[in-house]
Write a protein that binds this ligand. Structure first.
Ligand SMILES: *Cc1c(COP(=O)(O)O)cnc(C)c1O
Length: 363
């Protein structure tokens, strides 16, 4: 729906392509699944597919229905189901559409093999639990899975794991050591690296890397910015000033009156609130840009509006452009900075972009 309300998200095709190339360049010997789960982290699955369909080695999704839709849209590259199948119907679709599927437990393997016609080629990523304790086979179950699969013809096997702390101080050493121990004499393909591991831990690159957040131009690290990593923000969230208020000392702003003016101030009200996906927990002081200048939010974020300080931007009146995050017309505000102020990560901000926000796909 197009609306007159000024809020817009813009998604940049060139940034998605640039960021995918960064991942490829960092892991030149590996192929890269473009991870487009969660509606491409809020950017739009079909926009990401459209941007990357020529050059992506493969796409990784969560739901089998999305994988099937990609096939029906003519995507011929490998498509990975990141958590594997959830039902017998999914298992049949794996065979029918030639999907690559994670197998993370023996029950899931049994469901797959029971539901797929014998002899149909299967591409399986056996997921090992190397310490995250979320999904994955233990050493005993891995041995059993390999015994079950060994006699089957037409099975293309990859060993896979997922890192819990590739972005943090403990890094990947412990999980990588466990992976190597569990893999034993395995000489086939491996897939280990998420964005953080692609960027910081080249020893994990293996045969297939799995870039997610970096495709969208945000940083997986608290201590290194996306710009420092050479990434370009793929989403800009922008709006306008729809009202201006003059404050005198002691005046309060917004629900709860959490902000109190200490001196005379001029504030702007922006058409963007938590119902658009802006984090309600962003406190006063969260970065925002107006007419090319960085300023700060003021008071609590409401459902449809938030306020910002215009005291130092006297030229900004009604209709002045605002960048909530990304490289917008009104300035650059890293989504990572907004997320950090709100106690979350850019992943969550992007995924929370509300359906009511109109999106432009920019060539
Ligand atoms: C989401 C996901 C990724 C991508 O992680 P980023 O941190 O966004 O790069 C990689 N692998 C698996 C299994 C995932 O579920």
């Amino acid at each position: 729906m197009t609306t007159s309300r000024p809020i817009r998200a813009r998604i940049f095709r060139a940034a998605l392509q640039h960021n995918y190339r960064v991942a490829r360049r960092l892991a030149p010997a590996a192929r890269a699944w473009a991870v487009i789960k969660a509606n491409a982290y809020g950017h739009g699955q079909w926009r990401a597919v459209d941007a990357l369909r020529e050059e992506a080695d493969g796409f990784a999704v969560l739901e089998c229905e999305n994988a099937a839709a990609l096939r029906e849209a003519g995507i011929t590259q490998p498509i990975l189901l990141l958590e594997g199948i959830f039902s017998a119907r999914d298992a049949r679709a794996v065979g029918e559409y030639g999907l690559t599927t994670v197998v993370h437990c023996l029950e899931q393997l049994a469901l797959l093999l029971d539901s797929v016609k014998p002899g149909i080629p299967l591409a399986i990523c056996l997921k090992l639990n190397t310490g995250m304790n979320r999904l994955g086979l233990n050493a005993v179950d891995l041995r059993r899975a390999r015994e079950i699969l060994a006699p089957l013809p037409n099975v293309d096997l990859t060993l896979m794991t997922h890192f819990a702390e590739a972005d943090g101080e403990r890094g990947v050493a412990e999980q990588l050591a466990r992976f190597r121990k569990m893999a034993g004499d395995w000489r086939g393909a491996v897939s280990l690296a998420n964005s953080a591991a692609i960027l910081r831990h080249p020893q994990t690159h293996g045969d297939w890397v799995r870039p997610g957040i970096m495709l969208y131009g945000a940083s997986p690290f608290a201590d290194q910015s996306a710009a420092e990593l050479g990434l370009q923000p793929a989403m800009a969230l922008e709006s306008e000033i729809i009202a201006v208020q003059q404050l005198t000392p002691g005046d309060r702003v917004g629900y709860g009156g959490t902000f109190v003016a200490a001196q005379p101030m001029r504030i702007g009200v922006v058409a963007c609130g938590y119902a658009d996906g802006y984090p309600r927990h962003a406190p006063s002081g969260t970065p925002i840009a107006v007419m090319g200048q960085r300023t700060r939010t003021i008071g609590r974020v409401s459902m449809d509006m938030l306020a910002c300080d215009l005291t130092a931007i006297p030229e900004a009146g009604l209709g002045a452009p605002v960048t909530l995050w990304g490289n917008g017309l009104a300035g650059q505000v890293p989504a990572d900075d907004v997320a950090a102020a709100a106690g979350t990560i850019a992943y969550e901000l992007f995924c929370a972009l509300a359906p009511r926000v109109p999106v432009d796909f920019v060539d």
